[in-house]
Each structure stands twice: as C-alpha cells, then as structure tokens.
Design a protein around this ligand. Structure first.
Ligand code: ATR
Length: 279
C-alpha cells in the first residue's frame, strides 16, 4: 500500500489526488493520495511530523517548497540547486527531497514537440523569474539547450536564474516591456508567471505582435486552459503547449520516484483537459 499525499495551502482544489489515484490505478498498485492542508497559523513542525507518521512519500506545493527543506535529511542534486522541493520520498530511514517541476516541463514539451530536442541551438525565451522559471531554465540547460533568454519585471531575479547557466549558455535578460519587440526571434516562448490565470489577471503578460514561423508558445497557466496568450499565439499560427501537461508530467516523475513505475499519461492528458474545461 502506497500512502501518498500533498502538503500546501490552500490545497482543496488541487488536481494532484485525481492524477495520482489514476497513476496508482493504471500501474495496478494499491494505495491512496490524500490532501494535508497546513494553515499558515499552524505549527509547521507538528503538522509535518503527523504527515510523516502516515505516508511513504508526499508532494509539496505553495507556500512550502522552501520551508520543507530543514525537515528533510537529504536533497537530490536538482532540489539542492533549486533550493525548492516538490516531492519527498521516505527511503532507508531518510526523508529525501526532489524537484520534478523542471523534468516535468521538459517531458511535456518533448511529448508534444520532440523535434525541438534535435535543435539545441534553438532560441528559447522564458517569461518570468519565479520558482517555475528557475526549474525550467535549469532543466533546459541540463538538456543541452544553449540559448535561453529571460524576460521579467524584476531584472535582478532574472539575473539570479541566468547564473545557473554558467558558461554553457547564452542568456540575455529583458524587461517585460522590451521583450514584445523581440518575440519574433524565438523558436520557443515559455510563459511562467501567474498572469493569465483567471484568479489573477486574464490579460496576457505580453502582447503578441509577430512570431517566428513554426514557433512554439507555451503557458504553464492552466486555469483557464486556453489563456489569452495561447489564444493570441494560435491566431498567429503558432504551435501551442497547454499548462496542464507540465502538471501531469511533474506528477508522472514524482510517482516514478515513489514507485519506480513510469505510467504512460497520454490518455490522462485528454481526460485532465476535460476535467479542467468543466471547472
Ligand atoms: P512561481 O514560484 O509559481 O513561479 P513566483 O515565484 O511567485 O511564482 O513568481 C511569479 C513570477 O510572476 C515572477 O516572475 C513575477 O515577477 P517579479 O519577479 O518581478 O516579481 C511575475 N509576476 C507576478 N505578477 C506580475 C505582474 N503583475 N507583472 C509582471 N510579472 C508579474
């Protein structure tokens, strides 16, 4: 029996139980995935101990991806570099932290557009410089992509991410205002801010004027499933990548850490799309 779950706040609308129960079912493993809400006013140490008492592994979401670190015994290389954890495994008496956001994003991109992985010199743009941007940037660099620019409102945060690239990559940093004029140079544009989310602001973070032919435009926002940015991108004949795919593949990678089973999520991708459209 795999006892799994998610800590975060708020977690009640999380799609993770739906995803992981499907993964358990599809891999023929017995187990459950539960939500553990930890309120800001709760004692984090006490709550974490209670969770640890009843699970074999768990996911971590906002706002605890950094806060969990002192409660773990080890971090894998990616989580260490990100200083953020989204997956925890109990193994050989130790609690080990991982971060599957970057690999999840890469897998979702590879599934939809495998050809781009043959073009390591492709021009890539990441919009935003938060935790998701950092994980995606690092995964792309590790995969061998060499040209990844960043556009962000706060330039220092983008510079901090660019430091992860060291000498292996070329990264130019732009402000959000500047980048609109340059969108046409990119083969892949990845939107990682919360702008476009229905609870935040439906307007796109950037206005698309002109895109390169065959460009891929990806948005990690999945509520709504078709953000204004993706709608505009489609109107400019771009290829799009929907945000729910990253959610699904980061879960696939977490599930693999816990169970060593890699479940094909192609069918779930379509089912999750229906669930999201109904929300
Ligand atoms: P996550 O960890 O989920 O990626 P985050 O760390 O809160 O989220 O990052 C949010 C991103 O959205 C940041 O790039 C943030 O820009 P700043 O670095 O300048 O704060 C960006 N963001 C949030 N609100 C924004 C807004 N109104 N305009 C432009 N960018 C915004």
């Amino acid at each position: 029996m795999y006892q799994l779950g998610l800590i975060g706040y708020p977690v009640e609308h999380s799609l993770s139980p739906w995803i992981h129960r499907h993964l358990l079912e599809q891999s023929g493993l017995a187990g459950d995935y539960r939500l553990f809400e930890i309120k800001p006013e709760d004692s984090f140490a006490e709550k974490i101990q209670k969770v640890k008492n009843v699970v074999d592994g768990f996911n971590v979401t906002v706002p605890y991806k950094q806060k969990i670190i002192p409660y773990l015994d080890e971090l894998d290389e990616v989580a260490e570099e990100m200083q953020a954890v989204n997956t925890v495994l109990f193994k050989d008496g130790k609690w080990i932290g991982y971060n599957t956001d970057g690999i999840g994003y890469l897998r979702s991109l590879k599934k939809a557009y495998p050809a781009i992985f043959e073009q390591k010199e492709a021009n890539i743009l990441i919009i935003g410089a938060g935790g998701a941007a950092r994980a995606i940037y690092y995964a792309l660099i590790k995969e061998g992509f060499q040209s990844i620019d960043i556009a962000n409102r706060t330039l220092e945060k983008a510079e901090d991410i660019a430091d992860l690239g060291g000498l292996t990559s070329r990264t130019t940093i732009y402000s959000i205002e500047e980048i609109e004029e340059h969108l046409v140079q990119y083969d892949v544009i990845i939107q990682t801010t919360s702008i476009g989310m229905k609870s935040v602001n439906l307007n796109p973070v950037v206005t698309i004027k002109q895109l390169k032919e065959g460009a891929i435009v990806s948005d990690i926002v999945y509520q709504p499933i078709e953000t204004t940015l993706l709608k505009d991108a489609k109107e400019s004949q771009a290829n799009v990548l929907y945000g729910h795919t990253m959610l699904l593949y980061q879960a696939q990678a977490a599930f693999e850490i816990w169970t060593h089973e890699r479940v094909d999520v192609t069918k779930m991708e379509k089912e999750l799309l229906k669930v999201l459209k109904g929300r």
